[in-house]
Design a protein around this ligand. Sequence first.
Ligand SMILES: [Zn+2]
Ligand SMILES: [Zn+2]
Length: 258
Amino acid sequence: MITTKNEFIVLGSSSGFPQADRATAGYVLKAGESLSLIDCGGGVTSSFLKRGLDPLAVKRILVSHSHPDHCCELPLFIQLIYLSGREEPLDLYLPSEFVEPFRAYMNATYLIAEKLPFEVRFVGYEDDFSFEDDISVKAVANNHLKGYADLIEKLNLPNEMQCYSLRIEVGDQTIFYSADIGTFDDIKNHLDGHSLVVLESTHVDLDQFFEFAQEISVGRYLISHLGSADEIEQIKVLSEKYGLGNLLIAEDGMTIEL
Ligand SMILES: [Zn+2]
Ligand SMILES: [Zn+2]
């Protein structure tokens, strides 16, 4: 029997500061034949095609939060699926606060859901939301967007500051995707025991992370959402200092077998 491997593929490993040689946040989880796209920042669509992935195999898209580096190419990616001849429904998981603004944006770009030849099933999710299918996913709210509270109040905006880390089960493996966080304290108690932890580096106190990593058991760490060459060098230095041999530094196109 041929078994199709499960894989976690990095499409975009840049922080929110766009870079010439990295797309911003985007990952594909390949479970057998089906693909789940996780976040869809700038450059993700062409990065997806560069890896030879099939747009028609995308079963669902999950968006962690509505910062541009995590969702700005969502309409383009849906357009790719559309122009590839999709007929099967597409499940689109968005923080609930983002569903209506995103629908309006799709309409404004003439990517009108009702006109597409396939159904876009919008699912607005909140903390603790979960589903079980070929993969299982559970959302864990974090504090990444809470710094906007004063401005939102002042301008009387409807924003709810929703950002979610995702706990994902695929086969007998578990993945914890931090997405963007407020501080490392948001997620540290969720990390132990996972096969793969995908950790954003921008909002993490790296010394705190490396020290904490000594106390827990994780299969592999993938550090992503990367900034300057200096930042990456610092991660390498700390990784050696703390002797964390199971740490990978993300690059676009990196494929991790699960
Ligand atoms: Zn980000
Ligand atoms: Zn963000």
